[in-house]
Write a protein that binds this ligand. Structure first.
Ligand code: FMN
Length: 147
């Protein structure tokens, strides 16, 4: 028998707005970690080359509501949905919001996917973006820098 779907995964990318710097990204992370823990949402946020790339996973209603709130945040613009799927388990269960910034985002990982900067994401299929985020998550985990 099929297991019931209880989780949902959503990935989007957006462009940072002018004037938003590292202290604001830090503030976004702090709020995300606090709120997501209460919402039962986990995931990973990457920020590099002026691009946010975020993986959200949790109950479908919680992820949807959160995505709409995030999408209307004036600190970024042009959110593009890259991936949506039902899921049986969390990939980033231990991160209310892991983080991969310029320091962790090694270009070698991007090169493996045929891009040199995060703002070239449009070159990638949704499935490739999923793999890229998994690779970045692994990298952050190895370096112990995402939490
Ligand atoms: C790129 C980006 C990612 C964000 N990710 C999250 C998130 O995962 N969780 C969250 O609660 N807020 C996130 N936010 C912030 C929300 O847009 C919003 O400011 C926040 O949820 C409001 O929380 P508050 O009502 O507790 O102040 C993000 C904002 C941006 C720009």
């Amino acid at each position: 028998m099929q297991r019931p779907i209880s989780l949902y995964r959503l990935i989007y990318a957006s462009a940072v707005c002018e004037g938003v710097g590292s202290s604001q990204v830090r503030a976004i992370l702090d709020v995300s970690r606090r709120n997501n823990a209460a919402l039962g949402v986990t995931g990973l946020l990457c920020f590099s080359s002026g691009v946010f790339l975020q993986w959200l996973e949790g109950r479908r209603d919680a992820v949807n509501r959160l995505y709409h709130r995030i999408a209307s945040d004036p600190r970024h613009r042009d959110p593009v949905l890259l991936w949506l799927e039902d899921a049986h388990e969390r990939v980033f269960a231990d991160w209310s919001m892991g983080y991969v910034g310029e320091g962790v985002l090694a270009s070698a990982t991007l090169f493996r996917f045929g891009i040199s900067r995060l703002d070239e994401l449009r070159e990638l299929s949704g499935a490739a973006v999923v793999k890229l985020l998994l690779a970045l998550g692994d990298q952050a985990r190895r370096l112990g820098q995402a939490a």
